[in-house]
Design a protein around this ligand. Structure first.
Ligand code: UTP
Length: 411
């Protein structure tokens, strides 16, 4: 792209503030900006900005309960059947783990990737090391080194890789770990103008954990899986220190039910808890967010007195590699987040806003569920598998996660 083409592209996209930034920039920054302008799909950005003007209406969707299996209520016979089906796949090397570690962790406020955070255990292990411990134990148990893919973002990729290098991959086989970066999208202001960041280039932000499917394809992760004969992937978050990444039972159920995906749920603590729950939406698997359901729906109970919409989505899901490839070829919807975002204005001055001034566009992993025919849901115990690290203090904080982790291992 030359300067005339740059100008032309920016003019037709009505994003001339980027040209002003270009004219102010030094040679290296100019190059970087040019690459961004070449890569960015400005009509997509314009379409996304349009969506901020319309309210999303879910009223016509038919939301129903989704069948699930309670792990605790499996008979011995069922348990052994699922265990064998799942374990055979794992032992044959057809199972892998993908960890989503591309988030910004704004609520936690830790500088650096969330996985490098020390939740205050006596050992002072970082979250990444906690995850590695469990992968090591499973690798030993099944006699295979479980392949681990870690999704980072542009902002934290270098720091994440450096952390693993510095710590010698915590004794895990370095060749069994692959990092890949998730996608990003420009942030726009309330008039739809793309923002310029402190470095003088276009301000881009991660495109949400739903971007994982496309990023896996783009970055050769699914190719690597196919080359290695991997058929399944557990996809989970970095910020749950009790995450059970290797789960033969869920895999066994998926194989038994012949479905391409599975998700783990925990029982909603109370009807008002602010979590998304698994459901059937227009006959397909999905997640209904707490903002989407009425009080009546949230409180509805079945004949056993259990919440009809009570299976919380804890972001621990499993997919066949084929399903990942299928979703990667489709477009997930984007959700709008109204955020505070500092930027450089037309005169080259830094603006640090005090209230939300910009839009960020994110896709969510659960929007992929309705692209799949069906999905198995396995209810697990919260105290055994869910210890999230989200906030600096209070609920879902390092303190609560540490307690849950210590209680679990004491038991
Ligand atoms: P959250 O939605 O809780 O976001 O991510 P976060 O970035 O960790 O924290 P806040 O909201 O800024 O405080 C749930 C999981 O999804 C990953 C996170 O790393 C975490 O494991 N994630 C989130 C990504 O990998 N990419 C994203 O763009 C967003």
């Amino acid at each position: 792209m030359n300067i005339d083409e740059l100008e032309e592209k920016l003019k037709s996209a009505d994003q001339m503030q980027i040209l002003s930034a270009y004219n102010r920039a030094d040679d290296d920054t100019k190059k970087e900006l040019m690459n961004q302008v070449e890569r960015i799909d400005f009509s997509q950005v314009a379409d996304l900005y349009e969506t901020t003007k319309h309210e999303v209406n879910f009223n016509n969707d038919v939301i129903e309960a989704i069948p699930y299996i309670d792990k605790d209520k499996l008979s011995e016979e069922e348990y052994s059947k699922y265990l064998k089906l799942g374990e055979d796949e794992i032992k044959a090397g057809r199972y892998s783990v993908v960890t989503m570690a591309g988030g910004q962790g704004t609520r936690l406020g830790h500088t650096g990737p969330k996985g490098t955070f020390d939740i205050g255990l006596d050992s002072h292990k970082s979250i990444f090391e906690i995850l590695i411990d469990s992968l090591k134990a499973d690798s030993e148990k099944y006699g295979v080194t479980i392949q681990w893919y870690i999704m980072t973002s542009k902002e934290n990729n270098a720091d994440t890789v450096a952390f693993f290098e510095k710590n010698n991959y915590f004794g895990y086989d370095k060749n069994a770990i692959m990092f890949f970066e998730q996608g990003k999208l420009p942030m726009v202001d309330e008039a739809g103008k793309i923002l310029i960041n402190e470095k003088g280039i276009i301000k881009e932000a991660s495109d949400g954990h739903g971007g994982i499917f496309e990023s896996m394809k783009k970055n050769g992760v699914t190719d690597d899986m196919n080359k290695k004969g991997i058929k399944w992937a557990f996809v989970g978050p970095v910020d749950n220190v009790l995450v059970k990444m290797v789960d033969p039972i869920l895999l066994g159920i998926m194989i038994d039910q012949n479905v391409p995906a599975g998700g783990k749920s925990t029982v909603k603590a109370n009807p008002a808890e602010k979590v998304g729950v698994f459901c059937k939406r227009n006959g397909k698997p999905g997640v209904v967010e707490y903002t989407e359901i009425s009080k009546e729906m949230a409180e509805r109970v079945d004949e056993n007195g259990e919440l009809v919409f009570g299976e919380s989505h804890i972001n621990c899901n499993m997919f066949s590699v084929k399903a990942i490839e299928e979703v990667a070829n489709k477009k997930l919807p984007y959700h709008i987040a109204h955020k505070k975002a500092s930027y450089i204005d037309e005169n080259g001055n830094l603006v640090v806003p005090e209230k939300p001034n910009a839009y960020k566009f994110e896709s969510f992993i659960f929007d992929a569920f309705d692209m799949l025919d069906d999905m198995a849901i396995l209810r697990v115990k919260r105290e055994e598998e869910f210890a999230p690290v989200k906030n600096a203090e209070g609920t879902d904080s390092p303190e609560t996660a540490r307690k849950l982790y210590e209680d679990y291992f004491k038991k």
